[in-house]
Design a protein around this ligand. Structure first.
Ligand SMILES: Nc1nc2c([nH]c(=O)n2[C@@H]2O[C@H](COP(=O)(O)OP(=O)(O)OP(=O)(O)O)[C@@H](O)[C@H]2O)c(=O)[nH]1
Ligand SMILES: [Mg+2]
Length: 133
């Protein structure tokens, strides 16, 4: 019997500043969901602990060092051909100012001002969670 591939474990970090703004990044055109905005992160490497994978991705993409983060929402999601677990953490402390190291646009926004349609479909659930509904 065919064995279903296990879902791809993807880490996403919601960097939240003291003023409540969160960081979103734009997926480059040509990639899966190119042009959609998302939370920075990426696929966990085999054998890697979630917090370590999150810290690695945030360092690779933004050049920051993770200081304090906690799990916020583990969201199973299915796009046409791929199934993933979007493991979303709230990041409340980091060192360094986030920079675009992978040519991605960055934007700080208040969750209440963020139009859900701008986000990747799975991330609209994260936004709902942030808005507390
Ligand atoms: N990083 C990230 N990925 C997300 C989010 N929401 C969401 O649906 N994804 C999906 O999760 C999958 C894996 O994310 P990724 O950043 O490692 O994917 P990628 O293809 O850019 O990785 P790669 O090109 O570095 O191998 C992608 O299909 C992406 O569209 C999100 O908020 N953050
Ligand atoms: Mg990524």
């Amino acid at each position: 019997m065919p064995v279903a591939p296990s879902p791809l474990h993807v880490m996403a970090g919601v960097l939240r500043r003291h003023d409540g703004q969160v960081l979103i990044t734009e997926r480059p055109a040509g990639k899966h969901l190119g042009g959609c905005w998302e939370f920075p992160g990426g696929k966990l490497d085999p054998g890697e602990a979630p917090r370590d994978g999150l810290a690695r991705e945030l360092h690779e993409e933004l050049g920051i060092r993770l200081v304090a983060a906690e799990p916020m929402l583990a969201l199973p999601w299915r796009y046409d051909s791929k199934e993933l677990l979007l493991d979303t953490w709230l990041v409340v402390a980091w060192q360094g100012a986030p920079q675009s190291l992978e040519q991605q646009a960055l934007e700080w926004v208040m969750p209440a001002d963020l139009a859900p349609e701008r986000l990747a479909p799975a991330d609209r659930e994260i936004l709902r969670h942030l808005l507390g509904s």
